[in-house]
Each structure stands twice: as C-alpha cells, then as structure tokens.
Design a protein around this ligand. Structure first.
Ligand code: AMP
Ligand code: GLY
Length: 466
C-alpha cells in the first residue's frame, strides 16, 4: 500500500497547481494537500484536504495553519517569493518542526538586486554587466550631486542602460533604454520614480537572447533542470510592457534552440561558483534547500550574463518542467530535505513543452480598464483531455471559485495551458488548443514557442556571435 504523506503548499498562481498535479501523480505515495492560498483557487480547493485563504500570504498566519495540522503535514513547499523573503521557512520550522522546501530568509537572494550584483562581483564577476548602485542613504533625491553622478555613469555607457529597483517587482520594475525611455530626461524621470522608494541599480544594457535556468538544491548539490524561455513582454513580437511572464517553452534537450551545449555548460559553471561562494565551505548549505537558483541569463556576444537571481521556481517556467519529470516528485522532496539529491532524482523526459497564459482584459496594458463580466469557464478546456490525455494540463492561477458555484478571473494571470509534445511545434499546438477552449473574457499571446519567434532568436544569436 502506498505510504501516506501530507504536504503543505503555499500557493500563488498556477505554479502551485502544477506542483500539486505533479506530486499527486507520485507512484509511491498517497499524497494529501494542505494549501495556504491567496484566494479560493478552484483547482487547489478540489485537491486539498484543508485549505485556508491568506490574501497577503502573511507568515504568521501560514505558521498558524501549519500548527493546526502539524500532525498531518510531513513537509511544506513555498514557491512565491514574498513569504520566502519574509522568512517563512525559519518561522515554520522553528515553531512547528515541519521541514520546509525553500531557502531561509538569509538565503533569499532574490530580496535585493544590489546584494546580488555585489555578490557576483566577488564570486563570478564575468556574469555581471557594468553597473553602479545609487543608494538613498548616499544621495538626496533630486539633488545636483545625484544628477551629476548619474550623468557621469551614463556617459561611460553611452546612455545604454537598464534601471532596476533593489527590491523585487515581479519582473515589472525594470526600465530599459530605447524601450522605457529614449532621452536622458525620460530616463531621469524613470530613475526618480524608483529612487523615491528604493535604491537603484543602473547597469549596462545587455544585447542577446534570454534563458531561464532553474536548479534544485539540497544544500550539498545543485542539480539543474532543462532551460526554458520566458516571454516577459505582454504582446506578440515582444511588444508592450513587461509582465510576470505570458508563457514559456522548453525544447526536448537541456538547452534552447538558440543555444549550444557550451552555453548551458557555462550557465551551470556560473551557478556552481555562486553556490560554492554562498556555502563557503561551511555547513550552512542546507539553508539553500529548494530552488535557490532560478537564474535569468542573457546570452551575449561576450558570453552569458546574469540578469537576476530568484530564490524560487519560475512562474511559468517550472510548469515546463514538472509535467515531464520522470523521477518521483515526492521522493525528490524527501531527498531535498534529507540532503541526498542526485541527478537521477531530477530526470526529465526528452519532451518539449509550451505554456501559454490567458490573462484578463485589464492585464499587461491590453485595455486601460475592463468593467465586463469576469466569469471564466474551464470545462471546455478540461474536456480536451479526451483528445490529448496527459499531454494537456490546465492550471487556473489568479482565479476564484465563488459561492454561486462559478469561477472568476481576478487581476493577474488567470489560467495557463501546458502542451506537451515531441517537438515545440506539437506542444504549442496543444497548448493553444487548450487556450481556445477556455470560455471567458481573457486574452493571450499567440506566439509563445512559435517557429518564427524561435527562428528570430537563432538568427540574432548568430549575428551577435559572427
Ligand atoms: P529582471 O526583473 O531583472 O529579470 O528584468 C526583467 C526584464 O528586463 C528582463 O527579462 C530583460 O528583458 C530586461 N532586462 C533586465 N536587465 C537588463 C539588462 N541589463 N539589459 C537589457 N535588458 C535587461
Ligand atoms: N517568469 C518570471 C518569474 O517567475 O519571476
């Protein structure tokens, strides 16, 4: 008989549904879920033994929920960054004894872009673009001195820069020259709007193609999963504002079509260097448990550069990986906790996957406002199971089950459709079929994993390298 295991899942968006789906397919364990959720997510409600709504994912309230079920829960998983940064692992482990899969507060590297750049300057300088930190403690906002220092650095880089707030802004805080501002005055306005509440990193604008690298870590070893490509911009052809990610694809191998094996090797080498530096030969590695290295890389003429490091799985990127994980996912969790992770615990099928998100009308600048019905019916998409079996997964994210029995889109990415196939093209066709069968006022990008988009990446990379 399968062994019972109780798992706490701290949920924000479709990523948690993907986790629950993967874990519930375990061959060796009978899994029971205890979900701390932002809202009444219909998928989570259907799968949870116990479910609590904590809209701000407050750490103390999560702790109380775990405490109430401490005899039934074997371990917990946290994916969203906010509770990790606020120390959910430290608090839950200290107060309830339930082991958590996520880094401790000390190792939530994602908390500060300034610290990331400074750390990389020490341990992996080749991953950094040229950068300068503007601290609020050093410059008065609007002062001549600030403007002079900024202008001096802009002269060095010919104004070709990206501006970033120190704190995470869900991929939406970054401003890039030529896209978000086209003159120094516009740049200065953007800069000041961030500087009002945060230190700012000003860095060289990098030209190249992006990849998302994700790795599991048990504190002793870093074991990567295949690379994925996130589509950050709202609209087709990478137009529009940055979003949390409108979709992503994964190829059949560990790297992306515009990369070579040596690019992937370079990513792995860099992340290993960061891990070594963080652990520093000490015994603190365990605090990095989880997915402390979800690294956004830019592949440039001068090799791979790091855009940012997150301390959690990517949304949507982890949804490209979980459905094709060959190893037992519960076993993987135990290995993470016990510190005996090995490459064979994270093996994936050589399949391609495409994730496409459907989002509400007022997301990503598609409409200024939307006052119509927000009801969304997923039953048509679920019915496609008859045609596609396990090759299609539908995961509601920012959706809510209400007392009238219907489900509604809230403000963020509403639902994603994951297609799994022998090629990116096959996977994309399935993903888009899922999207077309969702009934509701939502929109989506149509070019996630499209051959013309991939061909453009391949072409650009070739040009950069020639
Ligand atoms: P981040 O939140 O740092 O991942 O940045 C969000 C997006 O801004 C990235 O996916 C890139 O498209 C863009 N970006 C960030 N940093 C740079 C940079 N130094 N040069 C060019 N684009 C950047
Ligand atoms: N895909 C962007 C993120 O998870 O931050």
């Amino acid at each position: 008989m399968a062994e019972r295991v109780g798992i706490l899942v701290i949920s924000y968006g479709s990523r948690a549904c993907g986790m629950i789906d993967a874990l519930s397919r375990s061959g060796d364990y009978e899994v029971h879920f205890y979900v701390a959720d932002r809202q009444r997510n219909p998928y989570n409600l259907r799968h949870a033994d116990a479910h609590v709504v904590i809209p701000d994912l407050d750490v103390q309230r999560i702790r109380d929920f775990v405490d109430a079920h401490r005899d039934e829960i074997d371990f917990g998983i946290c994916c969203p960054e906010k509770p990790i940064i606020e120390g959910v692992r430290d608090v839950v482990e200290r107060d309830t004894g339930v082991a958590m899969i996520c880094p401790t507060k000390r190792y939530a590297i994602e908390a500060s872009k300034v610290s990331q750049r400074l750390m990389l300057a020490e341990c992996c300088p080749e991953a950094n673009p040229r950068f300068k930190v503007f601290r609020r403690s050093e410059y008065e906002r609007g002062s001549e001195e600030l403007r002079r220092a900024l202008w001096e650095f802009l002269d060095e880089l010919d104004s070709e820069v990206a501006l970033k707030p120190d704190e995470p802004a869900a991929g939406k805080g970054v401003g890039v020259w030529g896209e978000h501002f086209r003159s120094r005055e516009e740049l200065y306005e953007y800069f000041i709007s961030i500087f009002r509440s945060s230190d700012v990193v000003v860095e060289e604008k990098l030209k190249g193609e992006e990849s998302s690298f994700q790795a599991f870590c048990d504190g002793r070893r870093v074991v990567p999963v295949p690379d994925t490509r996130d589509y950050k911009r709202a609209f087709d052809y990478d137009m529009g504002q940055n979003t949390g990610g409108m979709g992503s694809y994964k190829d059949t191998k560990d790297w992306l079509p515009f990369m070579e094996r040596h690019d992937r090797d370079e990513e792995e080498r860099m992340v290993q260097k960061i891990f070594n530096a963080l652990v520093g030969g000490g015994d603190r590695g365990d605090e990095l448990r989880g997915m402390p290295f979800y690294v956004a890389f830019m592949h440039t003429r001068d090799g791979a550069k790091i855009l940012e490091i997150n301390s959690r799985p990517g949304d949507p990127e982890i949804l490209n990986v979980l459905p094709v994980l060959k190893s037992d996912p519960v076993e993987l969790c135990f290995r993470l906790i016990e510190g005996n992770l090995s490459p064979s615990s994270v093996e994936c099928e050589p399949k391609a996957t495409v994730v496409t998100y459907a989002v509400p009308m007022d997301y990503g600048g598609y409409r200024e406002r939307y006052s119509g019905d927000r009801k969304v019916d997923l039953s048509g998409a679920y019915r496609l199971k008859e045609r596609y079996g396990d090759s299609l997964r539908i995961y509601p994210g920012s959706m809510e089950l209400r007392s009238d029995g219907n489900t509604y889109a809230l403000g963020s990415r509403a639902v994603c459709s994951v297609g799994i196939g022998e090629s990116i093209e096959d996977a994309r066709a399935i993903s888009l079929d899922g999207i077309r069968n969702i009934d509701g006022a939502l929109w989506n990008r149509w070019d996630i994993g499209a051959s013309h988009h991939i061909a453009r990446s391949v072409r650009r990379m070739k040009e950069l390298r020639s």
